[in-house]
Design a protein around this ligand. Structure first.
Ligand SMILES: Cc1cc2nc3c(=O)[nH]c(=O)nc-3n(C[C@H](O)[C@H](O)[C@H](O)COP(=O)(O)OP(=O)(O)OC[C@H]3O[C@@H](n4cnc5c(N)ncnc54)[C@H](O)[C@@H]3O)c2cc1C
Length: 534
């Protein structure tokens, strides 16, 4: 049986950071991945990490502090965040970024101006300063591993895309240079750089290795058994970094607080780490929560043969669109951050005992299509499969909504949009709202408020999906997993979406999932390497 000091399960941001931190602390590390490709959902992501009180903001002249970061998380906690975890996260950002810059090829910089997701809360940052992203990374450095990452090459940084405040266009000669040098940005750049750091420390992932069981000697975790019957031993610790449980329908039913469909993550995230931790007697936390996001279904398949979906972010923020429920009525600020919108989708009516805002339709007009496109299409193209009507009434009939209701709703919204203030739901009042809207009018409500006046009108069905669940074993600030009685399970650690999310229901800002994954991945890897003697 192979023996290591530390065994890490999963090769997303949390797993690779834990493996790197353990190897950097002198441990021999076994790194195992269930899929045939490495990088998990992190490779599909934009790679943005939300890190309060970071040095990149300081260098750019943005004022932030430990106290402000903690105050912000506390203001949103609703008593679901354990204060020690929030403090450890904020305290960890400086050390982790300094370590990443010094000891790995991952280099980060600010996504300029990206507001926090609740910027008007105490300690929030309306002008941004907490969202950082990887520099372009050259995949040639990965040798044969360059072709073994999840996802597809994307040769841009977030700041260059419309979501990050850019145009989405890279000059042709620069695009050619990136292609020739195999430079990539976003999530694959983060994984590429972290993987390179691991390879440089002789820590090479073993793929097609699905861990199914912890090997225990009394309480102590001593190793891991895999689906093929093989096993490895871990002298000091095992780190669970196996992502969330969103692809296991039974776990989703048992734990999530409301409906969720079409997960946007890698389908290998089936809660294996959660199951292993439960069998070892772990205390669980944050189980009802996920990183919620509205999506629409696209024609065809992607992501290992699953239904292709598109994260609906800009389309519902841009002027000329509203979201309505099954009754044809608006129910929320459409431009609010995707995670917080989960609460609106989960609104249960006590009388009908039904989720009243599901189904949800994004309704928009011809001007929206002509000016913005969307749904991965350029301006001028309406999405395939959208419902269509020459008038609002005709569209209403197509989506089985009372025509007079939808007509009244559009008339009301148009009046509010023209007056420049959404009195009903406050769309456009937050500095966050219009950031991914019409940049010509940002900051200002007109970046997201605009009437629906020109037919034909369209409706696309939105579903509440997830970027990953965020419940799992509860841990201390170094990722050491607790038993139900609150004692540590010797030798067992968790990080990333496999752990009880340290930020409760909150998505602090762009990068709100990868920020904690880097910090707690680092802490767990380091603690595992020390055998819990820190
Ligand atoms: C389109 C998109 C964009 C996003 N953009 C951002 C963003 O910019 N910023 C941000 O903060 N978040 C973003 N997210 C969310 C973010 O990607 C995830 O929350 C994050 O990647 C989770 O990291 P992780 O390491 O915990 O899990 P993952 O990256 O999913 O990695 C888990 C790995 O564990 C492996 N695994 C599972 N079971 C086993 C097992 N039994 N044995 C061994 N290995 C196993 C999986 O195959 C997978 O490779 C985005 C998500 C999507 C879908």
């Amino acid at each position: 049986m192979d023996e290591f000091d530390v065994v890490v399960l999963g090769t997303g941001a949390a797993g690779l950071t834990a493996a790197l931190a353990a190897a950097d602390a002198g441990a021999s590390v076994g790194l195992f991945e269930k899929s045939s490709l490495v990088g998990g959902t992190t490779c599909l992501s934009s790679g943005v990490a939300w890190l309060p009180d970071n040095r990149y903001a300081r260098e750019a002249g943005v004022a932030d502090s430990r106290a402000e970061g903690i105050r912000y998380l506390r203001s949103l906690s609703r008593d679901m965040i354990r204060p020690g975890m929030a403090e450890a996260f904020v305290d960890g950002t400086a050390e982790v970024t300094e370590w990443l810059e010094r000891r790995t090829p991952l280099h980060l910089s600010l996504v300029p101006g990206y507001p926090d997701y609740h910027p008007e809360h105490p300690g929030g940052k309306p002008q941004g300063g907490r969202s950082v992203e990887p520099h372009l990374f050259g995949f040639d450095a990965l040798g044969a591993w360059a072709d073994r990452l999840e996802g597809r090459p994307r040769r841009m940084m977030v700041r260059e895309t419309p979501v990050g405040g850019g145009t989405g266009v890279v000059a042709p000669n620069e695009a050619d240079r990136r292609e020739a040098q195999r430079l990539e940005g976003l999530g694959r750049a983060m994984i590429g750089a972290l993987l390179k750091g691991c390879l440089d420390r002789s820590t090479e992932p073993v793929t097609d290795a699905a861990a199914v069981e912890l090997v225990q000697d009394g309480d102590r975790v001593r190793g891991v058994r895999f689906a093929d019957g093989s096993a490895v031993s871990a002298r000091r610790g095992v780190v669970l970094a196996t992502g969330g449980f969103e692809w296991d329908p039974g776990l989703v039913r048992d734990f999530l607080r409301g409906p969720m469909s079409y997960p946007a993550t890698v389908p290998t995230n089936t809660g294996d780490g959660l199951r292993m931790a439960m069998k070892a007697g772990a205390r669980l936390g944050n189980m009802r929560e996920a990183w919620w996001v509205p999506v629409c279904v696209l024609p065809g398949q992607s992501n290992h043969g699953e239904q292709a979906v598109h994260l609906v972010l800009r389309e519902r923020t841009l002027p000329g669109s509203i979201m309505v429920n099954r009754d044809g009525v608006r129910f929320t600020n459409e431009a609010a951050n995707y995670n917080a919108l989960g609460g609106a989708f989960h609104q249960l009516d006590p009388g009908s005992f039904d989720y009243v805002n599901d189904p949800c339709w994004l309704v928009f007009d011809a001007r929206h299509v002509e000016e913005y496109g969307g749904f991965t299409l350029p301006p001028g193209q309406a999405p395939e499969g959208a419902q269509r009507g020459d008038s609002v009434g005709e569209l209403a009939r197509a989506i089985d909504v009372e025509p007079a209701t939808l007509e009244a709703e559009v008339t009301r919204f148009n009046a509010l949009a023209k007056a420049g203030d959404d009195e009903d739901f406050g769309r456009g009042r937050s500095a966050y709202d219009g950031f991914v809207g019409d940049k010509r009018h940002y900051p200002g409500a007109a970046s997201t408020l605009g009437p629906l006046e020109r037919g034909p009108y369209y409706a696309v069905r939105l579903h509440l999906s997830t970027l990953g669940t965020k419940g799992g074993p509860q841990t201390d600030v170094d990722g050491s997993v607790f038993t139900v009685d609150g004692d540590p399970i010797p030798g067992l650690y968790a990080a990333g979406n496999a752990m009880a999310g340290p930020t409760g229901m909150v998505y602090g800002g762009a990068g709100g999932t990868l920020g904690p994954a880097l910090v707690f991945g680092y802490r767990a890897g380091r603690a595992a390497a020390s055998g819990g003697r820190r």
